[in-house]
Design a protein around this ligand. Structure first.
Ligand SMILES: [Zn+2]
Length: 137
């Protein structure tokens, strides 16, 4: 695996709760599964390892959310960087999927957000196949 590209975190929020991610307004997140799309221009493995660690400095929007949720799966797409396009495709491919919060994880891009609410949907096998993702944990 080339050590750069996109990564997707499947997270489970077991109980609904209000989370304030950095400067975003506080928001109530329903229980269920969430998919976060991020990218690393280098050191992808290190980035993922960091997300999987419990003790770390809170830095990205996803850190606030992940501190309340559990990471269930990690998928990657090596050497690919268009996270916004992947978000759009996921919204089309999974009927019930919707943006969890406007601009979450998307401060420096023009799309509406990189955290997707999946409801009870947690099987990403088909999605992975269609988008050329590789499940790494
Ligand atoms: Zn974006």
């Amino acid at each position: 695996m080339k050590d750069k590209g996109l990564y997707l975190l499947l997270l489970e929020l077991e109980t609904g709760r209000t989370i304030k991610a950095g400067r975003l307004p506080a928001k109530y997140f329903q229980p269920g599964f969430y998919l976060y799309v991020g990218r690393a221009k280098s050191r992808l493995k290190q980035r993922i390892a960091r997300h999987l660690r419990d003790r770390k400095k809170i830095f990205w929007h996803i850190d606030y959310f992940a501190s309340k949720a559990s990471i269930r799966e990690v998928w990657t797409k090596a050497n690919y960087f268009d996270e916004c396009r992947i978000v759009c495709r996921i919204l089309k491919l999974i009927k019930k999927a919707r943006i969890a919060q406007e601009k979450f994880g998307a401060s420096d891009c023009r799309c509406c957000g990189h955290l997707i609410y999946l409801g009870t949907e947690s099987n990403l096998e088909k999605l992975g196949e269609k988008l050329g993702l590789k499940k790494i944990s």
